[in-house]
Design a protein around this ligand. Structure first.
Ligand code: FES
Length: 138
């Protein structure tokens, strides 16, 4: 079982306890607040007839954006770089939130911070599905 599978099965609460968090000046966390800027002027399409987005719960990273398909089939798109120190966030479909595997920050499906050490929200993008073509745009 890999880390992603473990987190999906055990849940965020336990995962946060097991991941070395960036609290109270613990080692491994500089809390620099430096991370890549979220993509701007976004407008691209993805074919969702195959690959990670063909099934509910899948996600992928494209053009600096995490595009996720919820367990109910809705598409989400947020900036991929964690607002703590820039690690690419993952989508945890079972709980519908975004998770940073580096220090454990969590973000709601709408990109809002739900757990530190990140303090700024992920940028959200619009999505529109036409047939099997998903448009992601600012
Ligand atoms: S890089 Fe530190 S929580 Fe994401």
């Amino acid at each position: 079982m890999n880390r992603k599978e473990f987190i999906q099965q055990v849940g965020a609460g336990v995962a946060v306890l097991l991941v070395p968090a960036c609290f109270g000046g613990l080692s491994g966390c500089s809390n620099s607040g430096s991370y890549p800027a979220a993509p701007t002027n976004v407008d691209f399409t993805l074919d969702v007839s195959s690959g990670a987005l063909a099934s509910n719960g899948g996600y992928l990273v494209s053009n600096g954006i995490v595009i996720a398909r919820t367990t109910s089939g809705t598409f989400l798109a947020v900036s991929a770089a964690c607002t703590h120190e820039g690690t690419t966030v993952e989508y945890i479909s079972a709980k519908s939130y975004f998770y940073c595997p580096r220090h454990g920050a969590t973000f709601s499906s709408g990109g809002q911070v739900t757990g530190g050490p990140a303090t700024k929200a992920l940028v959200t993008y619009n999505t529109a599905l036409t047939g099997t073509s998903l448009r992601v745009f600012s």
